[in-house]
Structures are given as C-alpha cells and as structure tokens.
Design a protein around this ligand. Structure first.
Ligand code: ADP
Ligand code: MG
Length: 324
C-alpha cells in the first residue's frame, strides 16, 4: 500500500477504536482466515461472580456425598463468635478457607471468591504463606492449615484425590460455570464455582465472522465442559474449541492451528495470551487488557468489543482494495 493509503486506513481504524501498530499490519489483517478467541475477558466480560459453594460431607465413609446447598442457605458465621465470627457450618468454613487463600491472588476467579465471601459477611484471614501456579490455582497457609484452591490438576499434583467432587463439578461446569476444588490439609473439602457472562456483542461477532467465511476458534485455560458450554452459547462448534491449555502452551496451540497454512488472528487480553498474540499471523489485544498483551499485539481493540475484529478486517480490506 502507498504511504497515503496506509495513513488513511490507520486513521479510519483509529476512529473506529481499532489501533494498527503499522502499515504492514494493516496489510496483513485482510488475509486472516481464522480468528482464535481467548475466552475470559475477551468473549466474556471477565467479571466473575461467586455462584455456588458446595461443601463435601467429610463424615461420609467412602468418597462422600456432595451437599448441594446453595450459597447462603446455611447460617452464616455464628454471632456468638464476636466481631471475628468463627466459621461454623461447612459452607462458611469452606468459603472462609478459599477466600483467605485467594486474598493473596489477583486472578479474576480469586476476586470473585473474596468478594463472594465479603458479601456473605465472612471475614477471611491473611495467609502466612502463598504460592500461585499459573493456569491451575493457589496454595496457601491459612491459620496453620494448608489450603489449595484450583482445578483438578492442582489437587492431583498435590496428591489429593478429587473423585468425590466429580458430580458437583460436572453439574456446575455443564452450566458454564468454572468450578474450583478446595482442599484443606490434603483432603478435598468442597467445590466453589464462579460464573462470567458473555459480552453482549460476542454472539453476533462470531456469527458475522463465520458469515464472512472465517473459521472461529476458542482457546482457553478453562476446563473443557465450561468452554464447550460457552462456545455452544456463542455458536462456535465443539471441534473448534481447545480448552485446558496452560499459559505456556497457548503459543504452541496457535502454531498448531497455523501449521496447515491458516493465517490466524489471535484475540486476547491476558498476560497469558501475550506469547500466543506474538505467535499468531496477527495478534489483537483487548484495550482494557493487560499492558503485556497490548505490547505483544499488532492491533488493539480499544472498545473491548469482539465485533471490532471484523471491523479491523473490513478496514484492511477496503484500504487495500482502493489502492489496487
Ligand atoms: P483463562 O485462559 O480462561 O483466562 P487461566 O489460564 O488463568 O484461565 O486459568 C485456567 C484455570 O486454572 C481456571 O479456569 C481455574 O480452574 C484455574 N485457576 C487459575 N488461577 C486460579 C485461582 N487463582 N484460583 C482458582 N483457580 C484458578
Ligand atoms: Mg483472558
């Protein structure tokens, strides 16, 4: 493209909230045939809300039954305990442990658990020891107890059997929620779940891209069942969903997608997404995303709107068509 055409295209993009980092990017975008979306914060709002607290009955002999009590169905921390009420019922105890451990994390799931506990009047403690495992969860020492909050892989890695949580987990995940297992002192204590809502324009963004002949894919660290439930809601076919992808595997996953010659635009918001944005034919960052993602990207979508992916393609297309 001529410098003048590039300038016009770049400026039309900017007016529409689509920032191209350079003229070469503007020229590449029109050749994108595959759009790979990250889920959390990209297609969904990334604002997690605590939805369920399921304490597992520790007295049950083998495996234990899931007590399917909803949040807040049991008495909240006993008033007798004074200002810093001592947790008494299993759900309160579970949420107290989870929120205390997660209070040291800045993950959106951690924020949901801490906010959920606060809303329910549960006072959490500051952990004395804390460790985060990217893509899996956290381990913390709370009141001298060892607490794990995260996915099945986190607990399995620590040697904690997770079978007793299977039923509750499957139910929550098939509802599109992210289920997190909680272990205390090496024993599975229960499951907490958080849910996110899809952005209002996400479904339309997906169908418009598909109507333009683009293959739309979903790439997420979240579990298979939750990813599929969200994909289903958005009209992304199950065979185009890759879930449970660890942060350091996302770039390789993009490479695998492109190994057949596909030219992919990876759209993401997180620190986790930065290598994948760099690996893609075009990397697009959500404007409200992390600086690391924006720095790794070729395009920034300032309105945080997945529908602007098609806008970027249209601007690129129109710019290059005109100057031919
Ligand atoms: P995404 O790719 O959807 O942004 P992540 O890669 O950050 O997700 O995390 C993948 C999974 O690891 C989460 O769905 C969750 O099960 C688990 N996980 C990660 N961080 C935490 C945390 N702080 N607390 C609980 N679970 C976590
Ligand atoms: Mg994300």
């Amino acid at each position: 493209a001529t410098p003048a055409a590039t300038m016009i295209g770049t400026s039309i993009g900017a007016t529409n909230g689509v920032l191209f980092t350079g003229g070469d990017v503007l020229e590449r975008v029109r050749d994108v045939d595959t759009v790979v979306f990250d889920k959390t914060g990209t297609l969904t709002k990334g604002e997690m809300t605590l939805t369920d607290v399921v304490a597992l009955d520790r007295t049950a002999a083998d495996g234990g039954d899931a007590r399917a009590d909803g949040v807040g169905s049991g008495p909240v921390a006993a008033a007798e305990g004074g200002e810093n009420a001592t947790p008494t019922d299993p759900e309160t105890d579970l949420l107290y442990a989870a929120a205390s451990a997660e209070s040291a994390s800045e993950h959106p799931l951690a924020d949901a658990i801490v906010a959920g506990a606060t809303e329910r009047g549960i006072d959490y403690a500051t952990p004395t020891d804390f460790e985060n495992t990217a893509g899996k969860g956290v381990r913390a020492t709370v009141d001298g107890r060892e607490v794990l909050v995260g996915n099945a892989a986190l607990l399995s890695d620590a040697g904690v059997p997770v079978d007793a949580a299977a039923e509750a987990r499957e139910r929550l995940e098939s509802e599109g929620k992210t289920a997190m297992l909680v272990a205390v002192d090496g024993r599975l204590a229960g499951v907490v779940a958080a849910a996110d809502t899809v952005k209002p324009t996400a479904k339309r963004a997906v169908s418009d891209l598909q109507a333009r002949g683009k293959t739309v894919r979903l790439l997420t660290g979240d579990n298979e069942r939750t990813a599929r439930a969200v994909a289903d809601e958005l009209g992304i076919p199950a065979e185009h969903v890759r879930a449970e992808v660890l942060p350091d595997e996302k770039a390789d996953a993009v490479g695998a997608i492109q190994s057949d010659g596909s030219r992919a635009m990876m759209v993401g918001d997180g620190v986790n997404d930065a290598p994948a944005l760099a690996a893609a034919y075009v990397g697009a960052a959500i404007g409200s995303g992390t600086d690391v993602a924006i720095e790794a990207a070729d395009v920034t979508l300032m309105r945080d709107d997945p529908a602007d992916v098609l806008k970027a393609i249209n601007v690129s297309d129109a710019t290059l068509r005109k100057i031919k």
